[in-house]
Design a protein around this ligand. Structure first.
Ligand code: ADP
Ligand code: MG
Length: 320
């Protein structure tokens, strides 16, 4: 018989360097450097809603943490530690071994040790809740509400890959995509720009991660900043494997496709070279896709047809 405490001890209790007190007490103790602020964020992943039951456990462990690290990146924060709350239908040692190794592997790379959580039986399928904590020097976080008129609008990474992979998983095969493997990797194993993003503090004005789709999330940033933007459709960084898609599904993938754990940020034109240099150092693809305007809304220039704007601009759990 495996108890709850055996599961915690065996799979989740790790020695974490630099952590005064981690898993095992009623709470963890963390040190924060003087003059810094704590950034916190949480994301819930539910079987059937956020992932299918047959998702490989290692990639699920990776993704549960990656989607949270994406939020820290969007704040320009350096990871500090994370918490993991699990609802498990049963104790499946093979699954737990693979899930925890995917989780710990990314936690190690990101320097974001697991310091606590909760473990319980679930009658509602698998439930995975992760909370991350990060730090920023006081008043330097990249917020949504700080975009300035004439800022460049930038994106990291590429668009559309995860969307097309998800369509394929749902059995809605999108035409003309020959090789699904690299697309599936974007969906199941996202790689948010965790080391690049903190470098944008003091350079970028505003930032958001575009996990629910470019139009929707850029829209959130612009609303918070009380601004609009002009976006060049031809400048959008489409994933190479989806470029052959017909115009309408391509536009939908680029503009509204979700599960993109990348950043959209705004920065003054004067920082173009610095941003390009930092991106190169960190091997992150960056694209300048437009600029911030006083006029509200998002205007999209150079669309192949004016009627290509998707009806639903992004993902919403209560609308889908
Ligand atoms: P409590 O009774 O305070 O809820 P628990 O018995 O649930 O504490 O947990 C014991 C210890 O194990 C705590 O330090 C808790 O943070 C940690 N813990 C529980 N589940 C997990 C998990 N899935 N990952 C990491 N730490 C966990
Ligand atoms: Mg508990």
């Amino acid at each position: 018989m495996t108890s709850e405490f055996d599961v915690i001890r065996h799979y989740f209790q790790q020695v974490a360097d630099g952590i005064p007190l981690g898993v095992g007490d009623d709470g963890a103790l963390l040190d924060i450097a003087p003059g810094h602020q704590l950034v916190t964020s949480a994301d819930l992943l539910l079987e059937g809603r956020h992932f299918l039951a047959d998702t490989p456990p290692e990639t699920l462990g990776h993704k549960a943490l990656a989607v949270n690290l994406s939020d820290l990146a969007a704040m320009g924060a350096a990871p500090l530690a994370c918490l993991l709350s699990l609802g498990l239908p049963q104790v499946d040692d093979d699954w737990l071994q693979k899930f925890s190794s995917g989780f710990h592997a990314l936690a190690k790379i990101a320097a974001c040790p697991l310091v606590g959580g909760d473990t319980t039986r679930s009658e509602h399928g698998l439930v995975i809740g992760v909370t991350v904590m990060g730090t920023v020097p006081r008043d330097t976080a990249l917020r949504r509400d700080a975009a300035q008129i004439n800022d460049d609008v930038w994106l990291t990474g590429t668009l559309g890959a995860a969307y097309v992979a998800l369509q394929a998983l749902w059995g809605k095969q999108v035409a003309s995509v020959a090789d699904r493997e690299p697309l599936m990797a974007h969906l199941q194993c996202p790689q948010p720009p965790i080391f690049f993003a903190p470098q944008l503090r003091g350079i970028a004005h505003a930032a958001i991660d575009i996990s629910d789709g470019l139009m929707q999330d850029l829209g959130h940033l612009l609303t918070a900043s009380d601004k609009g933007a002009e976006i060049d459709y031809q400048a959008l960084p489409s994933h190479p494997a989806i470029r052959q898609l017909p115009a309408a599904p391509l536009a939908e993938a680029l503009l509204a496709g979700g599960d993109v754990y990348q950043l959209c940020f705004t920065a003054p034109e004067a920082h173009r070279n610095t941003i390009a240099k930092l991106a190169k150092q960190h091997q992150v693809q960056v694209s300048c896709i437009g600029r911030v305007t006083q006029k509200k809304g998002i205007a999209i220039k150079h669309l192949p047809h004016p009627n290509l704007i998707p009806a639903q601009l992004g993902f919403d759990h209560f609308l889908d």
